[in-house]
Write a protein that binds this ligand. Structure first.
Ligand SMILES: Nc1nc2c(ncn2[C@@H]2O[C@H](COP(=O)(O)OP(=O)(O)OP(=O)(O)O)[C@@H](O)[C@H]2O)c(=O)[nH]1
Ligand SMILES: [Mg+2]
Length: 376
């Protein structure tokens, strides 16, 4: 090995010692530096490159429930490349008639409430009863590919090894419709593949509760006792979105406190408007690590499904959610189009200045911007 440090290419030739950066010379031979292990000398098996699937192959593979194809189809719709986008939309168009046959359950709660542990316990419970379970994560704030749920995949160790379950990390935000579109499309692909229970964990805080509420049938709020309401960030607004409250970690010393919290929440719920027409939201307790109370909450979800399917509310909600999705995409498109409009951009600074200094009223400022955008 060459012992003398070398300088990177970008260091000026006449640089003095103020440039402290240096690089070590590379090694000769293979990655371990041994000549006898020269990689060129090692015969490699000839591996064919993975062939891109056709639309028909994606569709057939997903409908057959082939896990590899399901994963690849999700990657396709998550892609930000225009060519993939068009192909992904064609795949989805063909899959749509086979979607909808599941119960979609959203799970939210403060970080550390035990969402992932609960999902693993419920998922295993359902797999044992011959359900096919898909677990998705939604993080509208995520800008990083494969965020925090990667850790969750290792946390949901048993469930991720079960062939009846499928766990998909949260997609990263992108340009073509963002995280919400991708998560919803992933959900549809899972349904077409025959998963009949879709569990959606909210990751991140803020927007995620309403985003997940807008894509699920049943919304479950996981709580822990003794954390204090302010700590749990349980604003009345979030309780009003929930179809059930579940006080987790009802085990050991915590059992009594968990039961007391359940009673408190039931009293509070009495004064709130129900999240779903015709359904009474109630509080329950469970211990995810001991698998206690899991069967009860699943029974609640089953009852909910039966009851609101019979009343027509189930279908109405799904139709409304689909339309909301459409108009959200329209709004996103219009917003992006407005803010990237060259004409708008050219007058924005002046109009902003005029409105903040009180020279024109806000309504006039808005009108001028819109007129410019509409080309008048
Ligand atoms: N005693 C007890 N501990 C639990 C229970 N459920 C979860 N925990 C523990 O609580 C901690 C957090 O659990 P997670 O499942 O990672 O919580 P989470 O809500 O998914 O957390 P984030 O994904 O970080 O928001 C872990 O250490 C779990 O072992 C339970 O029923 N009883
Ligand atoms: Mg988690």
């Amino acid at each position: 090995m060459n012992e003398k440090p070398q300088r990177p290419d970008w260091v000026p030739a006449d640089a003095g010692t103020e440039f402290t950066t240096s690089v070590m010379a590379g090694v000769d031979g293979g990655h371990d530096g041994l000549r006898s292990h020269d990689s060129a000398a090692v015969p490699r098996p000839h591996l064919p490159r993975r062939r891109r699937l056709t639309v028909d192959e994606y569709v057939a593979g997903v409908l057959a429930g082939d896990r590899n194809t399901v994963a690849q189809a999700i990657t396709l719709v998550e892609s930000n490349a225009q060519a993939h986008f068009d192909m992904g939309q064609e795949v989805l168009r063909q899959l749509i008639p086979s979607t909808g046959n599941s119960i979609r359950v959203g799970i939210t709660g403060v970080p550390g409430a035990g969402k992932s542990t609960f999902i693993e316990a419920l998922g295993l419970h359902l797999c044992e009863r011959d359900h096919k379970v898909a677990v998705l994560a939604v993080d509208p704030s995520s800008t990083v590919t494969r965020g925090s749920i990667l850790g969750d995949k290792t946390r949901m160790e048993l469930l991720s090894r079960d062939l009846r379950a499928f766990i998909r990390p949260s997609p990263s935000a992108g340009t073509l419709g963002g995280v919400t579109r991708k998560s919803r499309e992933t959900l549809l692909i899972c349904e077409a593949a025959g998963f009949d229970v879709i569990l959606v964990e909210t990751v991140g805080v803020g927007q995620s509760e309403t985003t997940v509420r807008s894509m699920v049938d049943f919304f479950l709020l996981l709580m822990i006792s003794g954390a204090g309401d302010e700590l749990q960030g349980i604003k009345k607004g979030i309780m009003e979105l929930a179809d059930a409250l579940l006080v987790n970690k009802a085990d050991g010393d915590n059992k009594i406190r968990a039961r007391a919290a359940k009673a408190d929440y039931n009293r509070a719920l009495h004064y709130l408007a129900p999240a779903t027409k015709g359904w009474r939201t109630q509080a329950y307790t469970c211990s995810s690590i001991h698998g206690e109370g899991i069967d009860t909450i699943w029974q609640v979800i089953e009852d909910f499904r039966q009851q609101i399917t019979a009343s027509g509310v189930f279908e109405q909600r799904r139709q409304r959610q689909t339309l909301e999705w459409v108009y959200n995409m329209v709004e996103e498109h219009l917003r992006a189009s407005f803010f990237s409009h060259a004409g708008v951009d050219s007058i924005r600074a002046d109009i902003e200045e005029a409105v903040v200094t009180g020279h024109i009223p806000p309504t006039v400022a808005a009108q001028q911007l819109i007129r410019k955008y509409e080309g008048h």
